[in-house]
Design a protein around this ligand. Sequence first.
Ligand SMILES: [Zn+2]
Length: 316
Amino acid sequence: MPFTHNLLLLKAHQGVIPTVLRDFGDMRVKIGFLLKHLKEFLTEAKGVKVAIDDADHGDDCDACVYLRNVALRLDNDLGLQAIHLGIATRLWENITHRDVVNAAETTDFLSLALSTRGILDSTFRSSLLYWKMDIRLYNKQLAESLDSLRKLKWSSMGAHLDDPALVAALDQFAALSNRLKQDSTLYADPQPTFKGKVDHFRKEDKVGLEAFFGECDEFYSALSDMVHGGTASMLSAVPPGPQIVLASDDLRFVASAHHLAELIGVTLVLAHKLLTMLYLPLLEFTLRHVEGAGTVAETVQAIASQARSRTQNLSF
Ligand SMILES: [Zn+2]
């Protein structure tokens, strides 16, 4: 019986028929705009990192320590956004060549799924840190990261982890139970899972983002399924055998290129929404509470509201 059941599911997986419903020319205009806009937007956001570094007084007061933590997060998060944008740009160029029949491959979908998962994860992770303003949450991130680093037995690593006080602190951290890692004097992690973080924001929602948080949750699950080898979406995107060649203006393509274009567009709009609706507003919130960082908070607000006004009613 289990094998018969498996056959039923397998056939369903392999029999998914791709459909093409959208206007490629229309997607082309939107994707072109989004790529250009996000590139400019990320360049502006990088300026915030410089401004935060400049707001540091150079001592080790609580405000400076907090700002250094925020700068570290921001650097990482913008890096992931830049990687996602780079992948989207390269994949888009790959399926818009003039003299060939454009097609997408399984690895194209996987790359995009990985990078989109990355920005979703880091946005919710950092947004919670910015929102909670509890240094213990940052401690947990840092200790976990350093503890993981020292577990890597690369010959080039580990030279900076010889400080006895640091080693003792990491040993202490590693020995803690998960419960104490999530709530103790030095460490806290109230929502360790992605879903937990999303649900936390859902509950705290005061700005009407409920539907958006729901979309993030569902999309993250779908992307995880792709990355973990769930083949249904992949097979529907890249069917085997001869295919119908479609055309739009000067481009020719098969269904897989069309599907990839749509996924590119959807993830670019998502990247934009994550930055303007969640990430930057909470970065601004956290900076407003740090002594001496008010001007940087103003800059963040200006960048976010300008980006929102340039992309009103953005959808894909
Ligand atoms: Zn200071």
